[in-house]
Design a protein. Structure first.
Length: 342
């Protein structure tokens, strides 16, 4: 089971960047598999918050095992820049990057750019779908082995292995190719959070889907629905992992003696109880994974005491996957353009 943690670098006014980086470092030491970094243009209009993509790049240089999934806005950011920045993050993290595409519906955020008015939710998520498609094509635009560094002939790359993507959509067109070579994972895992209204439009393009689930049966029912949707889109159902969002309120004193491993959506208790609860969830073998979200700042200050490193270190010692895709049990895909030409 994958266990992730959310570190809100954009909207948490109460902590410094150094403290947020320390939180991710401690999460890595304590056995968490994934650090998820939300982002928002609106927060920076109020002169606080940090760019999730840049924070992830900083974390890539000081962490060694935890996967890094920054949120990036597809409404005001060109997909070409998203593709090259995220591929670079994958390169500098040695294959530990993921991508969480989000949208911006705020008029204040739109005013920061002055390029267009705030879109409707329907238009924004439709545009996000096009952006994911373009970014995936650009990640494939360099085949493996395109960079040859042939000193005698002065050739840096094999031009036959670099491809135009030639995307033309209703909102933008991108010719390509990318300016960044193919990254370690080829395709970064795409994270779609369906607890965000409208994000269900991206499920068929996702590698990981986050859902709200009140209990084990509701989680399994929703996961089955998502897999049916994936099959209808022509994708293999084993290409997707479904994570349950767990809203956590950590307290210093134990409030209840019992732990019910069937519950997946909310937890209140001490760090020690949360440790036991997460291990109990894993023991049920029901969930592909969970992502922990903290309800308040008091909970975030106690997160350094949440330690599931026993299960994580044992699993890594046995399996030892190095990339985020490998940790999720997802194959590394070849470039779609190499496959077409072969």
């Amino acid at each position: 089971m994958i266990i992730g943690i959310t570190v809100d670098v954009a909207n948490d006014e109460s902590t410094t960047l150094d403290e947020q980086i320390e939180a991710v470092l401690r999460a890595e030491q304590n056995g968490f598999d994934v650090a998820v970094l939300p982002d928002s243009f609106g927060s920076r209009s109020r002169a606080h918050g940090f760019d999730a993509e840049l924070v992830a790049a900083t974390l890539a240089s000081v962490t060694s095992s935890i996967a890094l999934v920054p949120a990036t806005d597809t409404t005001h950011t060109e997909p070409f820049h998203l593709a090259k920045n995220l591929a670079t993050l994958d390169i500098v993290s040695n294959g530990r990057a993921g991508w969480w595409p989000t949208v911006s519906l705020s008029s204040d955020a739109a005013a920061l750019f002055g390029r267009r008015p705030a879109p409707s939710a329907e238009d924004a998520w439709a545009e996000a779908g096009d952006a994911v498609e373009v970014v995936r094509r650009l990640w494939d635009s360099w085949e493996d082995g395109a960079v040859i560094r042939d000193v005698p002939t002065g050739r840096y790359l094999d031009v036959e292995k670099v491809h135009y993507v030639d995307f033309v959509g209703a909102r933008f067109s991108v010719r390509g190719p990318s300016i960044t070579p193919r990254s370690p994972q080829g395709q970064l895992p795409v994270w779609v959070d369906t607890t965000e209204p409208g994000a269900v439009a991206l499920i068929d393009q996702a590698d990981l889907v986050v859902i709200d689930a009140q209990n084990g049966p509701s989680y399994q029912s929703r996961r089955s629905e998502i897999r049916v949707s994936l099959a209808r889109a022509g994708r293999a159902t084993h290409d997707l992992r479904v994570l349950a969002a767990v809203h956590v309120n950590l307290v210093e004193s134990e409030l209840a003696p019992g732990i019910d491993p069937r519950l997946a959506s909310r937890f209140t208790g001490t760090p020690r109880q949360l440790n036991a609860w997460l291990l109990a969830l894993e023991a049920t073998s029901i969930f592909d994974g969970v992502v922990v979200r903290f309800d308040d700042h008091a909970s975030r200050t106690l997160v350094t005491s949440v330690d599931v490193s026993g299960r994580a270190s044992t699993r890594r010692a046995n399996a030892g996957p190095s990339t985020f895709r490998a940790r999720l049990g997802l194959e590394r895909p070849e470039s779609r353009y190499a496959l077409v030409e072969s």
